[in-house]
Design a protein around this ligand. Structure first.
Ligand SMILES: Cc1cc2nc3c(=O)[nH]c(=O)nc-3n(C[C@H](O)[C@H](O)[C@H](O)COP(=O)(O)OP(=O)(O)OC[C@H]3O[C@@H](n4cnc5c(N)ncnc54)[C@H](O)[C@@H]3O)c2cc1C
Length: 330
């Protein structure tokens, strides 16, 4: 074996709730998992202050603290956590084949099984005021943060199904929801449009964009602009929700794994199995419906159990693989 190649039973890519839960289960099953954290150790929850809906924390928990707790728990059973980015993969198409992953464009790891937990990144508008007020009333997750704005006035931007769903979710909690749609129509399904239009406390504004989110430390208002007339209007709000989509972090897997048209990894129903034997996917990277820490953790557990069963049932190749050719059909 070349000095620069290391062989492990279970490689976990990503250190969010899915990756750490997979690590806890894999380590307790004696699979000696090796985890690479990626650029955001701890994942998306490290960008939020308060997590109120993860079972077990009666008083809520600070997002970064929760992820440090998960890391400690995974390490307690022997998970090795390393800072590093997987920059390339070469998967084997054969059951029992060895998969390869390159760390930071330099070192190759060989793995008998791989758990992909690379998450999805919320898209933001890119306004300086939006970035400044993230955690101060700007959020990309209505289900996560809507509760903090109970009885208050909020705004949401986006015109797809997720935006429509999140607007109606917020309308149940908040006093008033102003919904900004850039075009003169919504991309959301007719049924969702109908729900939005028929919700009394949603103020739907077509042809409307965000000019500025107002407030220094916390959101205090919103300046909107009508992109047809150029007319500007300011409203008072305390919460601003961005619902313009997510980008799953799957670029390096695109030549290997089956994905849907938006880049989410497709797993076999009720499992975390991908189209490649021995490669499993858990968390937001394969879930565009729920995108919650608890669902990510749940599928992380499933991935470790699926990997453990796979390794128990399969004869692993002993020889080091040559780089695989990419699958002809995925
Ligand atoms: C602001 C905000 C607040 C939220 N609040 C809540 C909440 O209160 N409650 C709740 O349940 N959910 C909340 N969520 C959603 C929750 O954070 C996600 O559902 C959850 O983090 C998904 O977990 P995951 O493990 O799938 O991925 P992520 O948490 O996205 O983690 C992905 C990991 O993969 C790593 N990675 C990516 N690419 C690579 C690579 N090439 N090599 C190595 N590593 C890589 C990243 O560094 C990261 O560690 C919130 C999300 C946001 C953005």
């Amino acid at each position: 074996m070349s000095e620069n190649i290391e062989r492990v039973k279970c490689l976990i890519i990503g250190s969010g709730p899915a990756g750490y839960t997979a690590a806890i289960y894999a380590a307790r099953a004696d699979m000696k998992p090796l985890m690479y954290t990626g650029m955001e150790p701890g994942g998306q929850l490290t960008t939020t202050t308060e997590v109120d809906n993860f079972p077990g924390y009666a008083d809520g928990i600070d997002g970064p603290q929760m992820m440090m707790d998960l890391q400690k728990q995974a390490e307690r059973f022997g998970t090795e956590v390393r800072i590093g980015m997987i920059t390339e993969v070469e998967f084997s198409r054969k059951a029992g084949g060895i998969h390869r992953a390159c760390v930071d464009n330099s070192k190759w790891i060989e793995a008998e099984s791989v758990i992909i937990s690379t998450g999805a990144t919320a898209k933001y508008l890119g306004l300086p005021s939006e970035q400044r007020l993230r955690g101060g009333g700007v959020s990309a997750c209505a289900v996560c943060d809507g509760f903090f704005f109970k009885g208050q006035d909020v705004a949401i931007v986006g015109g797809g199904d997720t935006a429509a769903e999140e607007a109606t979710y917020l309308a149940n909690i908040c006093r008033k929801v102003t919904m900004l749609v850039r075009k003169d129509y919504m991309k959301a399904s007719k049924a969702m449009q109908h729900r939005v239009e028929n919700t009394a406390n949603i103020d739907l504004r077509y042809n409307t964009e965000v000019d500025e989110i107002l407030g220094e430390q916390v959101v205090e208002g919103l300046r909107m602009i009508n992109n047809k007339t150029g007319e500007k209007e300011e409203i008072a709000i305390t919460g601003f929700f961005v619902a313009i989509g997510h980008k799953p972090n799957t670029e390096i897997f695109k030549d290997w794994l089956d994905m849907d048209d938006t880049g989410y990894v497709i797993t076999q129903p009720k499992t975390t199995k991908t189209n490649i034997p021995g490669v499993f996917a858990s968390g937001d990277v394969q879930d565009k419906v729920y995108r919650q820490a608890i669902t990510a953790a749940g599928t992380g557990c499933m991935a470790a159990l699926d990997a453990e069963r796979y390794l128990a049932e399969i004869d692993i190749e002993e020889d080091i693989q040559k780089p695989q050719t990419k699958p002809e059909t995925v």
